[in-house]
Write a protein that binds this ligand. Sequence first.
Ligand SMILES: [Zn+2]
Length: 217
Amino acid sequence: MKKDKAIVVFSGGQDSTTCLFWALEQFEKVEAVTFNYGQRHALELEVAAEIAADLNVPHHILDMSLLNQLAPSALTRHDEEITEKEGELPSTFVPGRNLVFLSFATILAKQVGAKHIVTGVCETDFSGYPDCRDIFIKSLNVSLNLSMDDQFVIDTPLMWLNKAETWELADQLNAFDYVREKTLTCYNGIKGAGCGECPACQLRKRGLDQYLAGKEE
Ligand SMILES: [Zn+2]
């Protein structure tokens, strides 16, 4: 029997789209929430809306443009170059972003009567984001429950998967082609395989190649 209702934190990218398919299998009712914080590409919001409509999932878009004021980084500022240096946080880092997003997603969950909040955060390919760590998610879950006197569960189906295993999960959910073609991960705003050059495309391609190579063996 499927569990009741979930809110999926949804960006239209590979990870959160895989989470959306996962949630659709797990829960009776699923809704998605996308945060608008002045992403480099308005296309990200369009892609998220398209996918939610495709999958018949009610879609909330919450305005988080204040993040722009607090954390001008390469993800939100068009005039900044995206860079990644060994051993440093990528310039896409917005400190505390998951704290903010998950808190608002849970407030929304309370309003729509959902007990589960699903997020694609992942500790395996840990790129240095402290609020992607499992221990942080567990701690936030406790705080949110105390703050609203409720019993929410934050689900993190990708927490311990690497990128290849995330493709495998999409495949198991019969969503491999869909995720491959319809999602947007690329920092340069190109759907599917993307520009092939930016760090997000390279990470995505590495995982995909690894998964496909493993399948052939
Ligand atoms: Zn790219």
